[in-house]
Design a protein around this ligand. Sequence first.
Ligand code: HEM
Length: 481
Amino acid sequence: DIYLLYIEKVPPGPISLPIIGGLYKLNSSKPHLKLQQLTKRYGEIMSIRFGPSSSRTVIIHNTKFVQELYNNQKALDRPDLPFFELITPHGAGIGSRPYDKIWMLHTRIVKLALHKVCQNSLSEKVMETFEVLFNRLNEKGNGPQDIAIDLKLASLDITSSICYGFHDDDWTSDQMNLLLKDHDKAMSGLSPFNPINIFPFIKNLPVRLVKEIKDITQRRDELNQRIYDRHVENYTGEVHDVMDIIVDVMENGYNTSHITDSQKKQMDLKSLFMTLTCLSMAGIDNMQSIMQWSVLVLGKHSSVAEKIFMELQQTVAMDTSVTTESRQHLPYTEACVYEILRVSSITGLGVPHITREDIQVGGYKITKGTQIFTNIWHIHNNSHNWTDHEAVKPERFLDSNGQLKLKSDEIFKNYLPFGLGKRTCTGEVIILNVLFLFVSNLVRTQTIKIDNHISELIGNCDMSHKPPAYKVTLNPRVCQF
Ligand code: HEM
């Protein structure tokens, strides 16, 4: 550490202890807060050793550095987490592979598919799911309820239909539960604090955790193959879900002239399955998390929910579902979506990058192979970047005419829920639509009251920033689906 910090001039940070490195400085459930406090001592770019890792991890707390780094091709790879070797034995999908031509090709294919899904059938699919969800929640009774699992099932349903084109009536509840259990286990491996990532030798031991991961991987591969075969049988050339575009690529090829022959070989079905798995994992988890945050934010801030309701009453027919076509006519509702994304900052410390070569940022050296996190929660929740940062104020995103501010406005300078630079969130287009549909139709059909006493909108953060546990009372309004 002394050599790295004082001779190599890597960003400053706490001195490491044997085995645990700098982890003693981070409260295990709220590292985003601890790191924010550490900026007072070490500045907005700091480094800390996660466990016995061979290098110090860099954590950025400033948009200028994020911009500088994440537009630099040398800082766009993803760390090769030891856990990935178990969960993606056929090579990494878009979320974990290096920033290379295969990544570009997979990303282009997936984004094309997601745009087509948005154009073709997203509103319809999502509204079917929400109708089932809200009816189920209302049937549960009037008392306060923990709705986390209901929101998870809804996000599983929506994500599965986007990725694979099926709904929960294709599944038995046992299969759904197994899929969710497998999903949770797989997601836990993405956390830098997972034991396998801190102590990589565990992955070679014959222990239960490793066997479980191998079983999950096998079940997932079999599922992907089954769904693929069904899509091939029913292939019409149209793209209704991401698996459709994979079938299209495998049947008709793709414009691959700009990649080399050896790279073309990697465009095989199994590597596309890994990309699909990655999309599905990110989709289920993030969608559930942002819906949970939305209910909490709107339930705690009933005046915001009522303003959405008034805007809806003035603009759309209240007896039918709000669809994505109304987005541009509902600026306050749209601004709420932006504000919920800001206050929740669901990716917390972002998704890690790793440097391919030595680079310089802010006068510091970031050596080759360094893992980099961005404390997105801090960038969105501090008084330097945001006026009244603790308040929920969708109006901050509106201009004096009540219209949504342009992306070039100052307000967006420190707004990066989906990351920044060349490697941002693949699902942005989907989630902005889904979240708009969720918020508008939730407020249109329900009143929301949070029953627990939650003083601030701060949750636990490992791989993502989860909301604090709460119970909510939803009461149906007169307007229904
Ligand atoms: C509110 C919801 C979401 C937020 C805030 C969010 C945010 C992010 C962020 C910050 C990143 C990392 C960007 C970087 O490396 O700097 C990311 C990556 C990613 N997201 Fe999202 N995301 C959300 C929902 C989704 C959904 C619904 C999907 C899939 C349908 C998705 C798919 C992905 C994928 C595949 C990546 C990895 C991209 C890559 O490595 O090239 N995300 N997301």
